[in-house]
Design a protein. Sequence first.
Lengths: 119, 119
Amino acid sequence: MKTEIKTDAKGKKTVLNTCTEPCAIERGMRLIGGKWTGSIIYHLKDEPVRFNDLCRMLGGASRKMIDQRLKELENNGMVLRSVIDTRPIAVTYSLTEFGRSALDILEQLRVWSESHSDN
Amino acid sequence: MKTEIKTDAKGKKTVLNTCTEPCAIERGMRLIGGKWTGSIIYHLKDEPVRFNDLCRMLGGASRKMIDQRLKELENNGMVLRSVIDTRPIAVTYSLTEFGRSALDILEQLRVWSESHSDN
DNA sequence: CGGTATCCTCTACGATACTG
DNA sequence: CAGTATCGTAGAGGATACCG
């Protein structure tokens, strides 16, 4: 996210784009900004949660979406998938240290969003 | 973002979804999580910026995208569009107080993202 | 229970060309 | 300069059904 605005002797401005693609903010958003991604991370903050419980928590999201997002999060190293081989099988999802490191941002976002719900 | 996990006498857990749709985190993400939205807000943090300068700053984004995002941001009350009636016309975009209130989150996101660019 | 597979629709987005 | 209009494609995402 480096951009310089150069101003010459006559006051004319030139914008230099030195922004590496994709920018840090965009990269970060692609990690936690997907549909339901932030909510999933947030719901895993206290304890491991099972797949179907997560579905119930995220009432508006389809199972396919949640499955997809969980795989992304697993691939990005933010979520850990644990299989407990009972019958029927049980699978829990929990946050890795990396995943946990995103909680501050999400909490701040939640507070910000709620404080502006009056618009 | 209210979800309760009830545990009964036998230790059996029931998940109650009391999450109002859409949740605060999702609502917040829809405000600043669109493609390029965060970057646009971030680039407006110091001073009003003209349309074409913004395009140069966001090298990877098409003009159409930027136009679209700016309109969204204007509709959401985060960005102010100012027309200076010279010839040729000049248009600058700047942050409103509401838009400015999102900068903390974006800055935190940027730092977080950069500190994990080694994965 | 915890998923896949399939189908279908709708939109996001890029490319390009035109305009006051 | 700051857009709008039009077209085309790829992928997002819902609904439904099936599986180990």
